[in-house]
Write a protein that binds this ligand. Structure first.
Ligand SMILES: Cc1cc2nc3c(=O)[nH]c(=O)nc-3n(C[C@H](O)[C@H](O)[C@H](O)COP(=O)(O)OP(=O)(O)OC[C@H]3O[C@@H](n4cnc5c(N)ncnc54)[C@H](O)[C@@H]3O)c2cc1C
Length: 376
């Protein structure tokens, strides 16, 4: 229970992967930081996520999102080492790469086009015809139209990654308050100077909203129109006694990731269901069918756990990263939609640079909070 008004240099609202990544980078720079989290750290979208670092597999066209993803992906190997050093916790980075399997001829053409522009942008993207694919994967995966192999798209295990970030930041002085919901902003002379919680007010020189799918709702309190909304994703974990393949297998509407703890992650649906994040049988049944169609050997494996979370979608598909002009010390880092884990490393880095008044390693113009959203 907070007895009095508390003060911190930086207050991060939301302890998902984005809030924890920012906290870690700020802690490295010596900032006094407090993270408040309504539930427990990493328990929302971050907990449900697959952990793919899909800078290539997830991007349909070149642009700011692709550049940000590639830049972020490159930070992971060094980040892993840093976090192990500080916390002893391994994010379980797995690097065999991702096969994106074509489902029909139009998908094949689309993936070949993707191979063309990604190669032109200096990335590795290798086309496998069916016979080559069978040589690599045997009869494990149903194919027929080839696959694009992306050797540099990796994966981590989200709960481990979150723990490693949170523990490392704590070691460097970050404090956390779980089960503490922000209920409103503290405003003075038109500037945000802190937040209200049920346990008391918290004053801060800088406040960061890293509240995922709930960010739009909170921003509304300031009459700030941030088009961030929940996009439900459902998935499940299977228990396996040896990974069927080291590769991630990805196709339309379904992907399969072997995890280092022996489990297999199968994802994911994309649904508009408001803020209800309970798993629903029909969605899991159709995802299971797709998965077994793609990899028949999964059919006999026991379920470990259903997962569901609310991705923070944004109207133009780009996250909001930056300072809120005209509201003093308020910053936003939210709206990472399907790629918050991939983008967490660069988000933490660039937000810390911004808040410390340093030179930015990313041009934040495309992600500006005040940008005009044009929906095509
Ligand atoms: C099924 C699924 C699969 C996915 N797969 C991938 C993937 O493979 N790769 C990838 O990069 N991304 C993936 N994602 C997306 C990724 O999980 C999200 O983009 C990412 O977790 C967003 O992180 P976040 O910290 O913004 O949000 P969250 O993890 O949702 O964290 C926001 C936090 O803010 C807290 N909060 C909200 N309101 C308040 C308040 N008033 N006061 C205090 N705290 C508050 C919430 O409780 C929550 O813990 C997937 C998502 C889903 C659902």
């Amino acid at each position: 229970m907070l007895e009095n008004t508390r003060h911190t240099e930086t207050l991060i609202v939301g302890g998902g992967i984005i809030g924890c990544a920012i906290a870690y980078e700020l802690a490295k720079s010596g900032r006094q930081t407090l993270v408040i989290e309504k539930h427990t750290l990493g328990s929302q979208s971050t907990r449900a996520g697959a952990g793919m670092l899909g800078a290539q597999v997830e991007m349909h066209a070149p642009g700011p999102m692709y550049d940000l993803g590639v830049q972020s992906r490159a930070l992971f190997p060094a980040l892993r080492e840093e976090l192990i050093e500080l916390s002893g916790i391994d994010m379980e980075l797995q690097t065999p790469g991702i096969f994106r399997v074509a489902v029909d001829e139009s998908d094949r053409l689309d993936l070949l086009e993707r191979q063309r522009w990604q190669t032109e942008h200096g990335q590795r993207a290798i086309w496998f015809e069916d016979e080559d694919l069978r040589r690599e994967l045997g009869d494990l995966v149903s194919t027929g139209h080839g696959a694009l192999y992306l050797p540099d798209d990796h994966q981590v295990r989200n709960p481990q990654f979150l723990l490693a970030l949170a523990a490392s930041a704590k070691r460097l002085g970050t404090q956390y308050l779980e089960h503490t919901a922000m209920t409103g902003f503290l405003l003075e002379r038109g500037s945000v100077v802190g937040v209200k919680t049920l346990d008391g007010d918290i004053r801060a020189d800088q406040v960061v909203l890293a509240t995922g799918a709930w960010t739009g709702l909170l921003a509304n309190q300031l009459e700030l129109d941030l088009p961030i909304y929940p996009v439900k994703g459902q998935s499940f974990l299977l228990d396996a006694y040896g990974p069927p393949t080291p590769f991630t297998i990805y196709t339309h509407g379904c992907y399969i990731l072997p995890k280092r703890n022996g489990q297999i992650y199968v994802g994911a649906t994309e649904e508009q269901a408001g803020f209800d994040r309970r798993p629903v049988l029909r969605s899991l049944a159709s995802l299971s069918s797709r998965a077994v169609e793609l990899m028949p050997s999964l059919g006999g494996l026991p379920f470990a756990e259903p997962l569901a979370g609310l991705r923070p979608g944004s109207a133009d598909g780009l996250p909001f990263l930056g300072k809120v002009e005209g509201l003093g010390g308020l910053f936003v880092a939210s709206g990472h939609f399907r790629n918050g884990v991939l983008l967490s490393a660069i988000t933490g880095k660039v937000m810390a640079e911004l808040m410390n008044g340093q030179e930015l390693s990313v041009d934040l113009t495309p992600f500006a909070v005040e940008r005009k959203i044009r929906i095509s």
